[in-house]
Design a binder for this molecule. Structure first.
Ligand code: ATP
Ligand code: MG
Length: 155
């Protein structure tokens, strides 16, 4: 077998969906392999950018947002992400999970997740929801640059 823990950074875009399908095929035939679909909540969702602060404590600077509010944002994103991909992941049973992470930037949060959870492959879209033109989005570029984990990009 090749990969034990494949991670798919997921923003709901068609590219991310293609990446998810690709990753599913990779792990489907291997009972020991697992899949994590990870949605990053950028700190800009939390008003951090407006304050001109960047990135302490997973993107939440002191006094900006109380902890419950912050947990609420992450929880909402997680609930939505789980709903969106639940059906897609059904055939993998408990070998698949959906997570939401926060960070100073999506690329930071995603690459940290990959390292902390010993992912041995990241499969992600080349572009995402902000796709207009170009070869590589800023999140995929940022993850590629930040991590030692091999990254496979899918159109
Ligand atoms: P940009 O965001 O720079 O305008 P883009 O939206 O076209 O460009 P990216 O955001 O880099 O491109 O998206 C590329 C891939 O990165 C997506 O297909 C998805 O796999 C992943 N991705 C992007 N944003 C997130 C996010 N918030 N959480 C998880 N994965 C993400
Ligand atoms: Mg994007």
């Amino acid at each position: 077998m090749m990969f034990r823990h494949v991670m798919v950074p997921y923003d709901g875009s068609d590219h991310a969906k293609n990446a998810l399908n690709y990753a599913k095929d990779l792990v489907a035939g291997d009972a020991d392999a697992k899949l994590s679909v990870v949605h990053a909540v950028p700190s800009s969702y939390m008003g951090v950018d407006r304050m001109g602060t960047d990135g302490a404590l997973d993107g939440v600077p002191y006094g900006m947002l109380d902890y419950e509010e912050y947990q609420g944002v992450v929880k909402r994103v997680l609930d939505e992400a789980q709903k969106r991909v639940a059906e897609d992941l059904a055939d993998l049973g408990d070998r698949a999970q959906v997570e939401a992470v926060a960070g100073a930037s999506p690329a930071d949060a995603l690459s940290r997740y990959a390292e902390e959870h010993d992912c041995d492959l990241i499969v992600m879209g080349r572009r995402g929801l902000g796709a207009i033109r170009g070869m590589l989005g800023s999140v995929s570029f940022g993850v590629l640059r930040a991590t030692e984990v091999p990254v496979l990009t899918v159109k």
